[in-house]
Structures are given as C-alpha cells and as structure tokens.
Design a protein around this ligand. Structure first.
Ligand SMILES: [Zn+2]
Length: 295
C-alpha cells in the first residue's frame, strides 16, 4: 500500500505539477491572450506616430525643394545666358516653368540714316525776292516751289531733305559744319528774252573739285532731260562760282548751284512745268548719291 500511497502521493504530486503546469500554461496563455489585445491598442498610435513623422519629413523636404528652386531662380537671373545654356539639364527643365530663360538680345547694329540732301531755295527767307518780271513773276516763288517738289520726290526715294533759306542759320562760312551728302542751291535767271536755258556750276575754290564736277554733271544731265531746256553755255558768272552757299557748307560736302532757266524766255517751263524741273533735280541728285555714271 505504501507503494500505492507512494504511488498515489506521486500521482497527486504529478497531478499538482500537472495542474501547476496547466495553470502556468493557462497563465502564459492568458498572458498571450492579453498581449495581442495590447498591441492592437498600440498599433493606431504607432501608425499615427509614423504618419506624423512622414508628414514632417515631407514638410522639411518641401521647404528644401522650395529653397533650392528659389536659389536656382536667383542664380539664373544673375548668370549670363551663355552660362545658363551650359548649365545642367535639370536646371534648364525646371527654370522655364518658374521664369523664362533670358534670351540673348542681339546687339543692335545702328542702322545708318538715309542720305541727307540740302536744297537751298534761292532768295527765300528774306526781303530779297530775287528777280521780279514785269508781269509779276518772282524768282523766289519759283525756287521755293520747285525746291519743295524736289524734296517730295527725294523723300519718296528714301532721302532726308532739308530746304534751306538763302541765308540759313545752318550755313556758316566760319563753322562750315553743315554736311549733306549733296547740296544744291536753286535759282532762276533774269527776265530777259534773248537768252534761254539752264546753268549748273560748282565753286571755283572747291576742296573736292572732282566730286563737285561729278555732281554738276549728274544734275545737268538729268535736268536737261526732264526740263527739256538747253544748257546755256558760256554764261556762268562769278556770282555762281563764288556763290556764298558753296563756301558755307562743309568743304567735304559736294555742292553746286543751278539756274533753272530764264524768267523771260523760259517762262512757260518755270511757270507750268515745275514738276518736270523738280524731277530733273531729284533724278540728278539721286544719280550722284548712288554713284551713277550720269552720262
Ligand atoms: Zn537768284
């Protein structure tokens, strides 16, 4: 029985151990069963914490990206276009969305002004009207009108044209700083009927006689053709070759004086064919400035 009691004792012991093991197992199981419910309770907190961190990370990254964009904009606006052209591709691809790349402004080459032509309307702007015929025809009225018509024609061809008075302020024998590409003084001859035709002359003391002779030739050829008037040779007077205007322009500016015709015998042309006279002047000056042969 001892064995039995021993056995029963051992059995009881075993049972108690077993029950203890069972209990502790139950406890462990109970512990295990509590732990998942705790984790479930903590998970949203962890998730929220991570989301918070992630949001903060993106906030910081966003600020850095914005700062970098601003810095690149500042650099782009300060650096010359050539440097930007050589800058790495990302800068180029980002920049246009923010600010247009500065384009190379072509250095403006100054366009040369059209050639300037000076037309002096004989006897204009003063008390002296020049020749006055018995019928009232005045030289100054003809020279002023023909000069204006020639100016219109030359401007239509792209020239700048000044009409100067007989004693214009732009003319100075001292300064001699009026420098047109060509200068022509326009006068008309006396009211006589025994002579006919036009005359062109340059200054006797010309500093550029070849240029002045060429100008005379160009005006003479074109005027004869347009005005249908003969050249009145052999009557070029000292008044013409020592004309004050020719000694008041820049010595390097080609200049000449034209007598349109005689107020007497060439009256018809001077009164009624002024467009043709003006055309002859314009064509002669245009041919000279363009370097025409003027044959
Ligand atoms: Zn005159």
């Amino acid at each position: 029985m001892k064995d039995d009691s021993d056995l029963s004792g051992a059995k009881a012991k075993d049972e108690s151990i077993l029950s203890g093991a069972k209990h502790s197992r139950r406890m462990r199981l109970a512990g295990k069963s509590i732990a998942p419910t705790d984790e479930r309770a903590e998970n949203p907190l962890i998730r929220r914490e991570w989301l918070h961190r992630l949001a903060r990370f993106f906030q910081v990254a966003g600020v850095i990206a914005l700062f970098a964009a601003l810095v690149s904009v500042v650099f782009a606006s300060q650096r010359p276009a050539q440097v930007i052209a050589l800058a790495p591709a990302p800068v180029q691809t980002i920049l246009p969305a923010i600010i247009p790349l500065p384009t190379l402004i072509p250095t403006a080459t100054p366009t040369p002004l059209p050639p300037l032509i000076g037309l002096l309307a004989g006897h204009s702007g003063g008390a002296d009207t020049g020749a006055i015929c018995p019928d009232g025809l005045r030289e100054v009225d003809i020279t002023t009108d023909v000069a204006q018509r020639a100016k219109n024609l030359l401007e239509a061809r792209g020239y700048r044209v000044d009409i100067l008075a007989e004693f214009d302020k732009r003319l100075s024998a001292v300064k001699r700083d009026y420098s047109p590409q060509a200068f022509l003084a326009i006068h008309a001859d006396s009211c006589i009927y025994y002579a006919s035709g036009y005359k062109v002359a340059r200054a006797d003391n010309s500093a550029i006689p070849q240029d002045d002779d060429w100008l005379v030739k160009c005006v003479s050829t074109a005027y004869a053709a347009a005005a249908q008037l003969p050249l009145h040779e052999g009557s070029i007077t000292r008044d013409m070759t020592h004309y004050h205007g020719l000694n008041e322009i820049d010595p390097q500016s080609p200049g000449a004086i034209l007598e349109l015709g005689f107020l007497g015998s060439d009256k018809d042309a001077l009164k009624h064919r002024r467009d043709a006279l003006a055309l002859g002047i314009a064509e002669g000056l245009d041919a000279f400035v363009r370097g025409g042969a003027c044959q």
